[in-house]
Design a protein around this ligand. Structure first.
Ligand code: SF4
Length: 387
């Protein structure tokens, strides 16, 4: 059974399924999204105009039985931020569910003639185009909650926040995690604005009853799976209680600071005196001392590295998930801010509004350099989100 390409035409509100053509048959994930954008999108088109396309593809072994850490979804389009082919990928629930529906990729083209916003519901029974007006203006925390209440089987929710609806070039695409938090992001390149220009607020993916992923040679697959799992579990970076599992990607904070390459105070320095206070080691300490949250969290079922985290507040409630290295430098050291609680609060705002944390942190850093705020003004930086 060949993997399928699901083509969704938003002009006609029509979905068609075709076997993946030979020229793309050996591709998956970012290779496939970039190949499709290269083949089908006019390089001179306006990124937010009618001729751009949003392409979504699971990785090659996503959705197979117990292939470790294989649940990333690739998003591709011509970027409104860079003007070039953009690939941005994320963990969360979507990749395995798309793959288990037998899909190699989803290509979304056109814009609704009626100018309305839509929710796409994708399941084994096909694609439903539903009115999304009740979700407009809502942040992704509320949108994810509404979708899990409305639809059965704890589906993947791929969505844009209010910033995406405004088609801003710092808008990312949110994917919910196993706890239905909106913090997994295809953040880079403004692809949330491309999704908005297709008239889509949310894509809900329910894989229940789907055909699953065909394995051509199960013995060979098992052999490869064992080899990969052993290699991951033997490496100091990726093993259980290894660097990523204990401290997440923010384990890089102290290392890069020591090397002199940490973006600090709007890239004016490569070292930050407060780096240790916003490091992965500090995230783990907060989880331990506050007896809440989680380090070593899996952003999708079956990840054995588990580098994600859920960051707790002083009272044990959850502020945000996850705090990654890039988020910590953008909203932390690059703004001269050395308080993890504030980095987490700003991360929560970004995740809910649909903002890329890197773009937003660096925007605040420029505002600080321009004199709007002092570097290190964490209260003022957080207030900017409301303003
Ligand atoms: S938890 Fe970390 S290692 Fe696992 S899939 Fe998510 S981002 Fe990758």
């Amino acid at each position: 059974m060949a993997r399928k390409i699901l083509r969704i035409n938003m002009n006609e509100l029509k979905a068609t399924y075709k076997d993946i053509p030979e020229k793309w048959a050996r591709w998956g994930g970012r290779g496939l999204t970039s190949a499709i954008v290269s083949d089908e999108v006019d390089p001179t088109c306006h990124p937010l105009g009618p001729n751009n396309k949003l392409v979504i593809a699971p990785g090659w072994v996503s959705g197979t039985p117990a292939a470790p850490s294989s649940g990333r979804t690739s998003f591709g389009a011509k970027s409104p931020l860079t003007g070039t082919i953009k690939e941005s990928n994320s963990g969360g629930l979507s990749s395995q569910k798309i793959a288990k529906l037998g899909l190699a990729a989803i290509i979304i083209e056109g814009s609704p003639k009626d100018g309305k916003w839509y929710t796409l519901h994708i399941s084994k029974d096909g694609v439903k185009f539903e009115d999304a007006s009740e979700l407009l203006g809502k942040g992704m925390e509320e949108v994810d909650k509404i979708c899990w209440e409305k639809y059965p089987n704890k589906p993947a929710v791929i969505g844009i926040g209010p910033v995406g609806e405004m088609k801003l070039t710092n808008a990312g695409i949110s994917i919910n995690d196993p706890e239905n938090n909106p913090g997994r992001y295809a953040g880079r390149g403004g692809l949330g604005a491309v999704m908005a220009s297709r008239g889509i607020k949310v894509i809900v993916v329910d894989d229940k009853g789907g055909p699953g992923v065909e394995i051509a040679n199960m013995e060979l697959f098992k052999k490869g799976r064992k080899k990969l799992t052993s290699a991951i579990m033997a490496h100091d970076l990726t093993k259980q209680d290894g660097a990523l599992n204990l401290y997440g990607t923010d384990v890089l904070m102290n290392i890069i600071n020591e090397a002199g390459g940490l973006p600090s105070r709007n890239f004016s320095a490569g070292q930050f005196e407060g780096a240790a206070k916003i490091s992965g080691e500090m995230i783990a300490e907060m989880v331990e001392t506050r007896h809440a949250g989680k380090a070593g969290h899996a952003c999708h079922p079956g990840c054995i590295i588990q580098c994600s985290n859920i960051y707790p507040d002083k009272d044990g409630s959850i502020i945000a998930s996850p705090i990654e290295y890039e988020t910590a430098f953008a909203l932390g050291s690059n703004c001269g801010i050395d308080d993890l609680d504030y980095v987490a609060k700003m991360t929560k705002e970004c995740n809910d509004l649909g903002l890329d944390t890197i773009e937003m942190g660096n925007t605040i850093a420029i505002a600080m350099e321009g004199g709007l705020l002092e570097f290190g003004d964490k209260v003022g930086a957080l207030k900017l989100f409301d303003e």
